[in-house]
Design a protein around this ligand. Structure first.
Ligand SMILES: Cc1cc2nc3c(=O)[nH]c(=O)nc-3n(C[C@H](O)[C@H](O)[C@H](O)COP(=O)(O)OP(=O)(O)OC[C@H]3O[C@@H](n4cnc5c(N)ncnc54)[C@H](O)[C@@H]3O)c2cc1C
Length: 387
């Protein structure tokens, strides 16, 4: 079975061990829905996670959170644990953090007071709206504009692949304000989901369904008080937010991978082949050994990055890139091996290996595709940063 002693590693404190044990116990008791109504499932799971206190890890203590600043080890442990039990529970938790992260990191007191306590209680659903059809990996190509008129900004443009699009109570939206060319001319805004200038133009269906949409901003008016940070800070705000949450994508991948290993061990121990359990074949042992080793390597990279961010390093761009890159790529291979060990059952709709196979795929693309992480790691290595 996947290693359960990793919380004893020196990256963690007793409060993390208590969190992990408490959340595992909660997940074991909780019934996670797996039907097609993803909007309703996500609304329910956000409310449940909020009521049980788990969303406190998504905001700082001053605004109803669990610790003074966002604690990446706690966020990562929550994502890993929730992903093990339910992809949608992990998704809902992650989006409460990512969608409100720019407010936690850069919001004024009044912005924090208005949004963050509701995020922590599960009373408001958050979203992060950065990507556009022509600006995914290349954020600086962003076209959505925000024009200042008196004490307001008018937003026009279209965002796509926006998680929680259609069910979010508010969106952290990035738009071009034009102070300078490229990435230095972007700003960030909080836009309420009820704003009449927001239109959900398309609901997007993916291989692992969750609320996802294309969103238009049509003369969408927000007051200047809805801007996060200073004009032109948008790119810095987006990257600083991803610097916290990228590590947690690796953690979610780790949760999916641990589940795949546990299921593979269970299945191969009981499945009889050629008069003995499948686990007795040496090639099965090879698969299980590779899976277990890659899981530990992923965990070391994920929790090294989280610990560095929490303990002593303002930015962990390189460590977070390594954690996300390695853990998501490894999880894909680990889950693929699990599918293989399940044989025909592994590709049968409803089988756990089949659902993990669909869940893992997008993690190698969103919050920076694997190739983008490699570019980051290589550039930092040439520059000698964090070396
Ligand atoms: C399920 C899901 C949820 C998402 N949720 C959100 C969300 O909530 N908010 C949000 O703003 N966005 C979200 N996204 C968008 C996501 O961040 C983008 O899809 C991602 O940044 C990649 O952009 P793209 O799809 O335009 O691909 P492109 O930028 O067109 O890239 C295509 C491929 O090119 C390759 N590539 C990219 N850069 C390089 C490079 N430098 N060198 C070599 N190869 C390269 C990679 O293989 C990449 O996958 C989500 C996406 C998915 C799939």
């Amino acid at each position: 079975m996947a290693d359960k002693t990793f919380v004893d590693w020196p990256f963690f404190e007793d409060r993390h061990r208590e969190l992990r044990h408490g959340l595992v116990a909660w997940c074991e008791r909780h019934t996670f829905r797996h039907d097609d109504d993803v909007d309703e499932i996500c609304r329910e799971v956000v409310a449940d996670l909020g009521k049980a206190g788990w969303l406190q890890y998504c905001v700082p203590a001053q605004w109803g959170g669990a610790s003074d600043k966002l604690d990446v080890r706690s966020l990562a442990l929550c994502r890993e644990t929730l992903a093990y039990y339910s992809g949608l529970a992990d998704f809902s938790f992650a989006m409460q953090g990512l969608g409100s992260g720019a407010i936690s990191l850069f919001g004024s007191s009044s912005q924090c007071a208005q949004y963050l306590p509701k995020v922590a209680a599960g009373d408001a659903i958050a979203a992060f709206a950065l990507s556009e059809a022509e600006a995914g990996s290349d954020v600086a190509a962003m076209q959505t504009s925000a024009k200042r008129t008196g004490d307001a900004y008018i937003l026009n443009g279209e965002k796509t692949w926006i998680s929680n699009g259609g069910i979010a109570d508010f969106y952290c939206v990035f738009a071009r304000t034009g102070e300078q060319p490229g990435s230095r001319g972007l700003s960030a805004f909080i836009v309420d989901g009820s704003n009449p200038g927001i239109v959900i133009t398309e609901r997007i269906e993916t291989i692992a369904p969750h609320p996802l949409a294309r969103i238009s901003f049509n003369d969408c008016r927000v007051t200047a008080a809805a801007r996060l940070g200073e004009p032109g800070d948008g790119f810095k705000i987006a990257m600083a937010t991803l610097d916290v949450f990228r590590t947690t994508v690796g953690a979610a991948a780790l949760g999916f991978a641990r589940r795949a290993l546990d299921e593979a061990v269970r299945h191969t121990s009981t499945r009889q082949l050629f008069g003995a359990p499948l686990s007795a074949l040496q090639m099965t042992e090879e698969s299980i050994a590779d899976m277990a080793t890659e899981i530990d390597a992923s965990a070391l990279l994920v929790y090294r990055s989280a610990w560095a961010k929490d303990s002593y390093q303002e930015r962990v761009t390189r460590e977070a890139a390594m954690a996300k890159l390695y853990a998501t790529e490894a999880a894909q291979k680990i889950i693929d091996r699990a599918v293989q060990l399940f044989g025909g059952r592994g590709v049968t709709k409803g089988n756990i290996a089949e659902s993990l196979y669909r869940e893992i795929r997008a993690l190698r693309i969103y919050e920076g595709a694997s190739e983008v992480q490699k570019v980051i790691i290589a550039r930092q290595t040439y520059r000698g940063e964090n070396a």
